[in-house]
Every structure is written in C-alpha cells, then in structure tokens.
Write a protein that binds this ligand. Sequence first.
Ligand SMILES: [Zn+2]
Length: 292
Amino acid sequence: MLMTKQTVRDFFKQFPDDDTCLQHLFDVRYGDSHECKKCGTIGKFHRLKDHKAFSCQKCGDHIHPMAGTIYEGSTTPLQLWFYAMFLFTKSRNGVSGKELQRQLGVTYKTAWRMGHKIREHMARVDGDAPLGGSGKIVEVDETYIGGRKKGAYGGKGKAIVQGMLEHGGEIITHVTTDTKSKTLIKNITDHVKSGTEIHTDELPAYSRLSYSTEYTHKKVNHAGKQYVGPKGETTNSIEGFFMHLKRTIKGTHIWVSAKHLHSYTGEAEFIYNRRNEPHRILNDLLYGYPKG
Ligand SMILES: [Zn+2]
C-alpha cells in the first residue's frame, strides 16, 4: 500500500543528481541567510568544486552539510540515500536490508547500515513530545519481541517494548530489559503529563499508578478477554500497534536483535504518528535535519 502519492518520477525530478541533493541539504540546514561563524558575513556561500562542501566567499571557511547528519562519513552517493528514504515511505511494512541491496545496487552490509541509519533518523525526527494531559487517555502496555527461544513471558533473548499511546494522538515506545515497576512507571512519568487517565492491563508493576496523585489509573482484564472494560477502559490501540510492529519485524526483517530493536520501534513510531498525514512522511525525512 502506498503511503504517499509522490511517484518515483516526482522524486527524480526533485532530486536528479547528487549535487541537487547536497544543495538541498545545505539549504535546509543553513538557508540562504546563514551567517559565517568565522567572519560573520551573511548568506555568501558557494559550492566548492570536487568537494561535498560550501565555502564562505569572504573568508573561505568551509561548511560540510553532511556533517552531523546520518550521511556523515558515508561514501554512498547522497541521491541513493534520499532514494532509500523514498522507498521507506512507499512501504507499509518497512524495508529489509535485502530489498535495499537489490533496489540500490549496494552491498548487503552497506544496505543494512543505511536502513539502520534511516530508522535512527526517523526516530530523531519524530522526537518524544509528552503525551496526554487533563481529559486525555493514554494506553500503556508492553510486549516481548525477538529472541531465539519460544515463550511468551521472559523468553530468553527477548526484548521488552513498552508503549504509551494517547487516544487520537501519538505513541512513544521504549525498549527495556525488565518489567519492574520502577522501570515501567519511570517511563510513564517521563513521557505522560499529569492529569492523564492511564489504561493498563493488570500487570502488578502498574499497581502503584492507582495510588498516584498525578494520574487516574484504570485496569483492563486481558485474561478475561475483557478488552473494553465497563467504563470504556481498553488497551486495544496499543495492542494493534504492537501487532503491526511484530508483523513488520517477522515479515520484513525475519529477526532483529535486542540491541537494534529500538530503531525498528522508532520507525514504527515515526510512521504511526503521521498516519493521518502521510504526505508528511517523506517531507519530514528530507527536511528534518539538525540546523547548521
Ligand atoms: Zn566567512
């Protein structure tokens, strides 16, 4: 399923070559009124021939637009990077290293690294603005992902993903190594505003929330298949998100290590948080660089 209407023809019209991509990166990060940090001259930079850099016309100070971005140190052409991001926006279930290798004509190692960096970029662009607030509902739940052994709870090598999802709003996920009350509740207090109504399952780790003066806590009984409680409490949305995340990992990537899981959850978050504005997906990636 296509997530944006931008076609491959549109893409190559906007970014016909590496120079256009580098100019775009310079424009987004520095703009045409950038002040030279060495001599103070404003907006007088020109592209250096044979270098991926710009130079101040007055003092000759250099700006390297790729520095401080996911492209830093990469020898892969910038246009391939941009095109890889375009491919990410065209897929509902992520893009595997194999697929990138095939589409870009690079080695698997390079393709895997690019995919990883693009996911990191997505997570950074997405950020983690606090959720909830007075009158808002945030569902909190956790799931086990990966690992080489079977077993629903605590299976060896499995990583835990805790998710916090605001009804009608955004999601924040965290990869954790345990389900201790201290760990799970700290993530909530770090990311959920006070005054929020929080829905969780009956995991004892969340019990402390019931005594919280900051939040209203409602529990959902999973075991009894009571997915929507008598007062409308539910964790259905966060469970739907986890199901999609697991399908993506299993279907596209087959297996991911606990060490790298955060980048896949970061990607899922980035996409989920733009579900109602799919046109933002590619734009946010192509314009979401640290300012120079
Ligand atoms: Zn200068």
